[in-house]
Write a protein that binds this ligand. Sequence first.
Ligand code: NAD
Length: 525
Amino acid sequence: MATEARVVGNSTIVSTNPATGEVLAELACASSSDVQAAVLRAKQAQPAWEATPPRERVAVLRRFQRLLCEQRDQVADLICREAGKPAVEALTTEVLVILDAAEFCIHNAHDFLREEPLPHANLAMKTKRGKLLREPFGVIGIISPWNYPFSIAATETLGALVTGNAVVLKPSEFTPLIALELQRLLLAAGVNPDLMQVVIGEGPTGAALIESPIDKLIFTGSVATGKRVAEAAARKLLPVVLELGGKDPMIVLDDADVEIASSGALWGAFMNAGQTCLSVERCYVHRSLYENFLEACSNKIAKLRVGNGIGSEVEVGPLIHERQLRIVDEHVRDAVIHGARLLQGGKRLTELGPNFYAPTLLADVTRDMRIIREETFGPVLPVAPFDTDDEAIRLANDSDFGLAASVWTTNRRRGEAMAKQIKAGTVMINDVISCFGIAEAPHGGFKLSGIGRTHGKMGLAEMVQVKNVDTDLLPGMPKVWWFGYGEQFRQQMNGFIDLLFARSWGKKLKGALRSAGLLRRGNRI
Ligand code: NAD
């Protein structure tokens, strides 16, 4: 393993529980040469894995899935302690999501990797047979964030492994132990240690992974880091998938059920303490429901239980670190200074610990406020009214981000019609965030929210390169299009084009006659 045993770098990172500050572990960072060595080991091990029949790779995933199911409490407990999220969310949004992602790979990898016949429509190509092969890239580098430390790293790792790649994972410096737990489960399931390595460290370790001879990179993180990653990858034309930030709008139409929509808004804004790329970061409510909606949200926020996520009753845990908390506080203050109404929260909960922020409700937010323009990534629900559906769409699309959005209505058709007009990778009708838990659904964004997709078949497609194999069925026959050009050939080809594409049957027939000599073409070189 490239982590504890082999690390020789001289810097260390300390993993702490964000709820309590308890030090969980101190780990050595992988140096550039450690990263390089890990990737070279992965490169050596990968061809044998690629040659392993898909059904055997699937069997490894099945064992992983069984182990995870058996050991879910242990895994969820670690997620709770290292990422600070409530116990229920560790189980549902991390463990369950990965059991399901494994199920998806188990049931779909074989078909996905099967050779696909490629019929040729053009008459000139009828003597050929084509097929598409989906081949692994080799070594996939994965750089992952802390907010879904298990489910993001695992979804990508499972997809990479089942398609025949090796993986070198650089997890967030805030959640290294969870990545090591993922590695432990995979190795216990039978994955060769060189095929799934974890390199621990901060940004420079991630940068070293990009500079190493990996064959593709799947990056999940902020837009700012994503731009740096894209620049470094572009210098060597390294293919990348970028899963970046969001500023997801929630639109509550005039026919929505306020009771339901307000509960949805709460979960969307405060789940994982608002530290979800798909969090509700802007909420637009039809003016006829506006005050009722705010009142319902305010009453419900007062009932939320905030605290150390280790208890089953806690609904909102701490933020990951103090820096994140400062950003949230700045956004809230900026909104209030510029005229937003603070209806709930808006303060640190120092009595619980240094990283707790009260679930916050802001009304009358406007587009010039930071809370509407920048990703807040904290427990804040900013709400604004709108008057018409067109205005709601305009507001929703008025963002540099385009990860996901939601429309709340009792009229499914109306919601789906609106979804077509929203610029986002996912639009949910009457729910939020849960699209991430649908193993079949592609996840990824428009605009600054990223490039490419993870999850589902599109996620698997990012792990393979498509090879087109085309076989000529008449190898003893020279091809009509080969050298030996001349006026007669030009005329024949003109006739052939008419045969294929002329609009009238008469012209087609004439074309057929003119091109008839093509098969007997002389003068070929
Ligand atoms: P981040 O950008 O700070 O870090 C992400 C990862 O990049 C970490 O592992 C970090 O160590 C590494 N890194 C930092 N500098 C690097 C460099 N120069 N080269 C290579 N790697 C480098 O993000 P974060 O704070 O860990 O995560 C939160 C962000 O991630 C939010 O913006 C959130 O919206 C986004 N996110 C997006 C998705 C998605 O699927 N679209 C999912 C989860 C989180």
